[in-house]
Design a protein around this ligand. Sequence first.
Ligand code: 1HN
Length: 324
Amino acid sequence: MSAVTAEDYDKAASMEELYALLAKQGIENGWNKPEPSLWPLPNRDFVPAHWSYREAKAALNAAGRFVNTELAERRNLILANPIPGNKYPTVKTLICAYQMVKAGETARSHRHSANALRLVLDTGENAFTIVDGKKVPMVSGDVLLTPNWSWHAHSNESTQHAYWMDFLDVPTVHLLGPMFFEHHPEGIEKADEIASDSPMRFPFEETKARLAAEKEFAAGCRIIELGNPPPAMKTISLKVIRVDAGASFELEPSTLSTIYSPMYGAGKVTMEDKTFTWSRGDSIAGPSSYPQRWEAEEESYLLQVSDEPLLSRLDWLRPVPPRS
Ligand code: 1HN
């Protein structure tokens, strides 16, 4: 800082001189800023978006011809929200990616402070995520957790390529700063035991049975939360919504950032002026401040990933008035 003294301020004869002194000290005035730092309602800095699994799968197959797991830590496709200049977050606090591990391939063990989970799309038998030394089976429709600092690798011991979606709170970690990452000393962590009943695994069959026993929250619509106990992780809530054929539900705009993937089924979603037609394995970004109306054409199971635990803990989970 340049030397500006109390006397210099005492001698300032005009607003301009005051500004010049403040500028010398690297201090901004708080009353005449080009952009306010407080505003009446949340900015809508992310937009609703849709990605199709069909295309993602074709892209992963192409990547499988050029990118091996020696070269890539993970062979994945990052679904960056389509706003100018963005290369990373899917919604403000979360990121979603598609990943493929070829038959016979492994993706080595690592751990990071970011929380992660996967929704398994297509695998053969004997595809595993190795979580803290245990082989957790990956079966279509399963949700697998790898929370903050748990070791995880992917091992595809089947004869078919394995495809899934990853959801992580990396953008939240970027914002707050506590990023840590390391490789496992063994490359791929040794694991003999198969842990089908791991608390990190939510088999689709159980999810389906739980939903069947649940009361409707709207005609033909049921919802459950995954987690032992919920929320699934400190920053991420996981809900599964069953929407019967022809049924629909609406969510009012709120501060919640959401990403959806239909585990099964097909239908449409409208977020204000955008309507997307979705089917199994697609990915839909539902940013904060947008209303959502979901309609199923056939019986559907929607995985909803959101930052609800974070916002509610901080008393920042609030409705947002609709924009005209
Ligand atoms: C990651 O560690 C995985 O471990 C997948 O499978 C996707 C996307 C961004 C950052 C880290 C994984 C990821 C990721």
